[in-house]
Design a protein around this ligand. Sequence first.
Ligand SMILES: [Cu+2]
Length: 125
Amino acid sequence: MIVIIGVSIFSFSNISSIEDDVEPKLIIEPDVIMPTKVSRPGCEMEDRCYIPSVVAVSAGDQVTWVNEDSAFHSVTSGFYDSPTELFDSGHLDPFESYTLTFDESGTFDYFCTLHPWMQGQVVVE
Ligand SMILES: [Cu+2]
């Protein structure tokens, strides 16, 4: 009886440690990243504030952004001087992700509320 209890506890802790190792890689599959150092101007010269700066998807598809920088960033619809209020991630912490489903076709510009030079676009076909 004691042996059986011991075995079942051991195998349970084994399974949960495997899930902990695998889980983060399965959840975050970014379509667009915010790379390091984009909190200072310059990335817009090479169109690399969001990578890729233009992403094309089909209607109904999801787009996931991941902030890979050490600073806060956002994914906010429109332009810095004219937000469209269609979507807004709020401030994303380092390595936080944001996922949106685009149901309607069109071209959706977005920017970062903290860094006006950061500009990207989602094209839904
Ligand atoms: Cu930013």
